[in-house]
Design a protein. Sequence first.
Length: 282
Amino acid sequence: MADDEVICGCKGIRTCLICEKQGKFSNQQYSTSVEKIPTYLFCNHCNLCYRRTNLSKTAPEYQTTGSCIDHGMNSGLQVKGVKVVDNFLSLQEELEILNNIDLSSWTVSQSGRKKQDFGPQVNFKRKKLKMDNFKGLPSYCRKVINKMNVNTECSELANFRPVELCNLDYSPDRGSAIDPHLDDFWLWGDRLVTVNLLSGTILTLSKDELEVDVPMPRRSLVILFDDARYLWKHEIRRQNINSRRVCMTFRELSDEFLSGGEKEDLGKKLLDIALSFDDSDQ
């Protein structure tokens, strides 16, 4: 889909370049003034963090490789629950998936993003959901989920059965970003899984006046679980979007909706619908 829309979807304190050009005060200052905050870089290869020195937080080579210089000397901060699988998709698989994604219309969202939601309609404040319009995850997800199950580097995804897919489209022309947040705990389960398409970026984790930058190279898969899922907020900063980026985020059910949980029956219905896969996108 051509990135030619100039519609702003920002509400409240959220801003993007579109509404800022129309006079709305930017809320992005906090994300560019980080020099006083201890910042670490996460190494995708030894899964440890090292202190940022003179390496630019937006360096394209860091977004591409995400590797420290000397794994043996990397004995600093550790974050439990971050896994990055490089080259999870091939170039051909990425192209096929993107072609399928762009067959569906994009909805304007906040902070310069566009989105596509496939899952139940949820009211998190009232803890209610509707499944009337949910026909299943798009059929192109089948190969991606199957690949998670057979990839030996994805052992953390044993028995991963997603019931929701959120596709997000980021562009530097819109000043796309997503603010620091924790995903919902009531409906969504222990693992958040993102497949990163078209360009690399940096996922910033924050907790207790600390920040950790996690590289998300193009065609990589990123899993957040354990402390990274429940204790560290995560965000994508505007300055770390250098070209169009599309990400696919998959979410599974919480224990409340699984076998033995209070809403087990509802969870079974959701799983049956989600994993029946909707072929209407073909």
